[in-house]
Structures are given as C-alpha cells and as structure tokens.
Design a protein around this ligand. Structure first.
Ligand code: HEC
Length: 144
C-alpha cells in the first residue's frame, strides 16, 4: 500500500513539475544554419520563382505582404510573425532557411516540400527552384 501511495505521489509530482516546463521555448537556430549563405543571386528571375513558391506554400498563414495576416492565421495558436519588421530583417538567410526547414509548433516543416539541397555546396543552401529563391522573395517583403 505504501509503495502505491509513493508511486501516486511521484506521478502527481512529475505532472506538477512538467507543468513548469511548459513556458514557451525559444526557437533556437543552430550556429551551423546561422552562418549559411544563399548562393542563389537575388535577380528578377529568382524573385519571380520565389513569389510563386511563397503564394503556394506560405501565403495562407503569412499573408500577401508577409505581415502574418493570412486567412489561416486566426486559427493558429501562435502568430506567424511579421516579415516586414526590422527584427526580421536582421535574421540571417540561413536562420530563415532553418526555420522553414525545421518548423516549430503551428509552423509546418517544409523540409520535404521545399528542398534546400544543403549538401550541394558546403555551408550554403538552395539552388534555382528551392529555398534560395523563396528566401530571395521573402527578403523583398522587407525593403521598405
Ligand atoms: C499553417 C500556417 C503556416 C504556413 C503555411 C507557413 N507558416 Fe511560417 N510560421 C507559422 C507560425 C505559426 C509561425 C510562428 C511559430 C512560432 O513562433 O513558434 C511561423 C513562423 C515562421 C518564420 C519565423 C518568423 C520569425 O519572426 O522569425 C519563418 C521564417 C517562416 N514561418 C517561414 C515560412 C515559410 C517560408 C513558409 C512557406 C514555405 C511558411 N512559413 C508557411 C505558420 C505558418
């Protein structure tokens, strides 16, 4: 009997303690990604391809202008962020690549749907039709 009480107490304690771990975890970008470069030049053609990709995969949540006001955004538990802010402008392209690759909570992982071809060139990601073009387009949302 004593051991059952002990077991129950342990279970209650662990549920109680795990409650304290629920505080929002920061979305940490590993150093390797922070430093990654986008080898795709940001020219008109790349931006055009990136725009099509953005409209297909990202617009529903992130919105036409990237302010996080897409149609689906109200149904999410987190706001999708705002691609037009100074804080977002300061994020490296590698960090943006990491975030769309890994996903986080309501932000889906696009690892399979949008290849980055990470291994293609050491320390960089993307080539035409991949994450490189999409990020070139996302950058244009933030030039005001
Ligand atoms: C189903 C809705 C949804 C879709 C579709 C979506 N996102 Fe997100 N995105 C989110 C949410 C929600 C967050 C915030 C997650 C968090 O804070 O934990 C986010 C965050 C981000 C961030 C981080 C923003 C910041 O301030 O650092 C980036 C970058 C991003 N998304 C890129 C993309 C890209 C690129 C696409 C398309 C390939 C995309 N997302 C598609 C919901 C979505």
């Amino acid at each position: 009997m004593k051991s059952i009480v002990g077991l129950l107490a342990t279970m209650v304690m662990s549920v109680f303690l795990s409650g304290f771990n629920q505080e929002p975890k920061k979305w940490v970008v590993p150093e390797k990604y922070q430093q990654m470069k986008n080898p795709v030049p940001s020219d008109a053609n790349s931006i055009k391809i990136g725009k099509v990709m953005y409209e297909r995969h990202c617009l529903s949540c992130h919105g036409i202008t990237g302010k996080g006001d897409g149609k689906k955004a109200i149904k999410l538990d987190q706001t999708p962020g705002n691609f037009t802010t100074t804080a977002f402008r300061e994020e490296t392209e590698g960090a943006i690549f990491y975030k769309m690759t890994a996903g986080h909570k309501d932000m889906p992982s696009f690892k399979r749907r949008i290849p980055g071809n990470e291994d293609e060139i050491e320390g960089s990601f993307g080539k035409t039709g991949t994450a490189g073009d999409l990020i070139n387009y996302i950058r244009t949302l933030n030039k005001k």
